[in-house]
Design a protein around this ligand. Structure first.
Ligand SMILES: O=C(O)CCC(=O)C(=O)O
Length: 285
């Protein structure tokens, strides 16, 4: 591998449940990704999807925009992910977390694996790529070191309308804010986090949009346990286990096949995402 993590970084990830900052993409690559996002917005407008665009970008965007899985597949990304998860990798989900300039939107403290139906696994990891400056002012994430060693804990649903999460879910334990770590990133840098780390993020009080492009990687042995089936995009190595329906990237932005597949996947995933909810889950942005 050309870009492996060193042993200390792997140890840090296993101890803390996160690792950052990783210098993954240079300024030219960030500019290219920003240009792709701008093109995607124009294509959405041409396709009459402007109103739906925030929701389309927010979940399973790898079914809609070819550049998303291309970025995930770059060796400078995958070599580092493979240092943690091993050689066989699939992309389960990709999402934009965009907080507009001066917006009040937040993410409540949660553990990712709570409503995904994937069980408690160490073989799922998020790579959060900054496409803007990410500071305390602009609403960076905050991680609680070592919290990934806990089980999936009970969460309460807030359904708060300023929350970027589908249920506004919040882990139902007290956390000493002093224990949490600010995840400060410059454009092109990435943070890794474990699916059970406690994490949250505050409002964006800056004058620029805070943009994260988020990749959720799994290994072939991870399995959907609540929904009837689930899909993932092979990225590297092999998968002969059969837990995932394999998908390929779309051929162009918002093509009909990609939109239809995403719709089908999300309908199935709702079974996991909505389990036990007292209100209907809306996919939100
Ligand atoms: O972008 C954020 O503020 C939160 C992202 C998050 O919760 C996640 O990637 O798991």
């Amino acid at each position: 591998m050309q870009y492996p993590l060193d042993r200390q970084q792997v140890r840090d990830y296993r101890r803390d449940g996160f690792l950052f900052p990783l210098d993954v993409f240079g300024p030219d690559e960030v500019a290219a990704l920003e240009a792709e996002l701008a093109t995607a917005r124009e294509d959405a407008a041409r396709a009459g999807l402007t109103d739906e665009l925030p929701a389309l970008l927010r979940t399973n965007v790898h079914y809609l925009l070819p550049f998303v899985s291309e970025a995930a597949r770059k060796p400078q990304m995958l070599d580092r992910v493979a240092s943690i998860l091993g050689p066989d990798l699939l992309l389960w989900s990709a999402e934009f977390f965009i907080k507009a300039a001066n917006s009040y939107r937040i993410v409540s403290r949660h553990q990712d694996q709570t409503y995904w139906g994937l069980g408690e696994t160490d073989e799922e990891m998020t790579a959060w790529l900054a496409l803007s400056d990410v500071s305390v002012k602009s609403g960076c994430m905050r991680f609680v070191p070592g919290s990934h060693r806990q089980a999936i804990l009970p969460h309460r649903d807030t359904f708060a309308d300023n929350n970027l999460l589908s249920r506004g879910q919040e882990v139902a334990v007290e956390v000493d804010e002093q224990d949490a770590v600010d995840v400060l990133l410059r454009p092109g840098q990435v943070s890794f986090h474990h699916g059970r780390i406690f994490h949250a993020s505050g409002p964006n009080r800056s004058d620029h949009d805070r943009i994260g492009l988020v990749f959720r990687f799994v290994t072939p042995s991870v399995r959907q346990q609540v929904a009837r089936r689930d899909w993932a995009m092979p990225m590297r190595g092999s998968d002969s286990i059969g837990n995932w329906i394999h998908v390929t990237p779309p051929s162009r932005n918002f093509d009909a096949a990609g939109l239809a597949l995403r719709e089908r996947v999300e309908q199935e995933q709702m079974a996991a995402l909505g389990e036990g909810a007292e209100q209907e889950i809306m996919r939100v942005f």
